[in-house]
Ligand binder design. Structure first.
Ligand SMILES: *[C@@H]1O[C@H](CO)[C@@H](O)[C@H](O)[C@H]1NC(C)=O
Ligand SMILES: *[C@@H]1O[C@H](CO)[C@@H](O)[C@H](O)[C@H]1NC(C)=O
Ligand SMILES: *[C@@H]1O[C@H](CO)[C@@H](O)[C@H](O)[C@H]1NC(C)=O
Length: 334
């Protein structure tokens, strides 16, 4: 794993990309208004029906976009299947493409290809899906700038660097996100996305059995039933134990009550004048403030290293690189 100073250097380079992306951004809210006017309503109706059938899908649908953006840019490459030489080029595919929610994206893409073939990028679909999932679960709603194009240029080194940072302590994460252009409040608000979703037992087992630091004892005990000291690694628990399927600010109130599921949740509130204690307190007592900061931070996420203009491509199938044009593939071989 890269050292933290080289992580920092890399992040500074990423910041340059973010700024560059902002300066030259050709994103606009009405990007598809003439080329595919139904695009947004199609996505919204698909998300509404998917989440009505299975509320559990809301969190993964929100997260695909975040992962796409954080790990090397919002270019839709998170959706790519690993095939042959592609694995070496973009480990994002290898790591994430079997996750929950991908079929919903495939369904949306298929419908959009019927309506307006080759127009709406996978990167944009993910950005709108995330917004719609948050809004459908009761969270804030915002207008999504559009016009991202798809690419497969994510670099392995960036992946390792971000992974290293996410495993670091609170100071490391705040500093790293700061380099990427996020304030401390925005970092905490983004963590508040854990107001929905679940985590696997293997990620909180130590915390509820061995360490028991900064955790309400009754809460820890209740979690043990589904996450025994031995086995059950893949069993899951809700990240927000109070309102697991509602996008609200209960996550922050839970932290004040020492009911954060993961160590990386609870570290945001120590009760000992920790670095972010006061931010957790203000989000806990003011849902509108949390929503406002979350929306702002989320829009920043959606602007990370975007590909626009004539760069990249618009994939026909989000899993497959290139325009998935069989004829093209054949003629290339003649
Ligand atoms: C991509 O991978 C998924 C999961 O392995 C598989 O179900 C799907 O058929 C693949 N799609 C394409 C177009 O290769
Ligand atoms: C979110 O806002 C958009 C307009 O920007 C609107 O079309 C959409 O219906 C809203 N979504 C929800 C769930 O309220
Ligand atoms: C947990 O899930 C992973 C796939 O995510 C699988 O490889 C592993 O075998 C599972 N472990 C158990 C104990 O079921």
């Amino acid at each position: 794993m890269a050292s933290s100073s080289s992580n920092m250097r890399l992040l500074q380079w990423c910041l340059f990309c973010v700024l560059l992306g902002t300066a030259f951004a050709q994103l606009s809210e009405d990007y598809y208004s003439s080329s595919c006017p139904q695009a947004l309503s199609i996505i919204e109706s698909e998300i509404k029906s998917a989440i009505s059938k299975d509320t559990y899908l809301g969190a993964p649908l929100m997260k695909i976009h975040v992962k796409d953006c954080l790990f090397g840019g919002c270019d839709g490459s998170i959706m790519l299947n690993e095939t042959g030489s592609f694995i070496a080029g973009n480990p994002k595919a290898k790591n994430f493409n079997t996750e929950t929610g991908y079929e919903v994206i495939d369904g949306i893409k298929a419908r959009l290809e019927k309506e307006c073939p080759g127009v709406v990028s996978c990167a944009d679909i993910l950005a709108v899906v995330a917004r719609d999932a948050v809004a459908k679960l009761g969270g804030p709603n915002w207008t999504v700038p559009l016009g991202r194009r798809d690419s497969d240029q994510a670099l392995k080194v960036q992946l390792d660097s971000i992974a290293g940072i996410l495993l670091g302590d609170l100071d490391t994460k705040i500093a790293a996100f700061n380099v990427l252009g996020f304030t401390k409040d925005e970092y905490v608000a983004l963590q508040g996305g854990h107001t929905v979703g679940r985590a696997r037992c293997m990620f909180y087992k130590k915390r509820i059995h061995d360490e028991k630091v900064d955790i309400d004892p009754k809460y820890a005990e209740a979690l043990q039933a589904n996450c025994p000291a031995i086995g059950g690694e893949n069993n899951t628990a809700s990240l927000d134990t109070t309102t697991p399927y509602v996008f609200d600010n209960a996550y922050f109130t839970n932290l004040i009550n020492k009911k954060g599921l993961l160590e990386s949740d609870q570290e945001l509130y120590t009760g000992k004048r920790g670095k972010t204690d006061s931010i957790v307190q203000s989000f806990s007592s003011n849902k509108e403030l949390f929503f406002e900061v979350f929306s702002k931070a989320f829009l920043k996420v959606g602007n990370m290293q975007i590909v626009t203009g004539t760069n990249g491509e618009v994939r026909k199938n989000c899993r497959v690189k290139g325009n998935n044009n069989v004829l093209q593939g054949l003629t290339d071989r003649l």
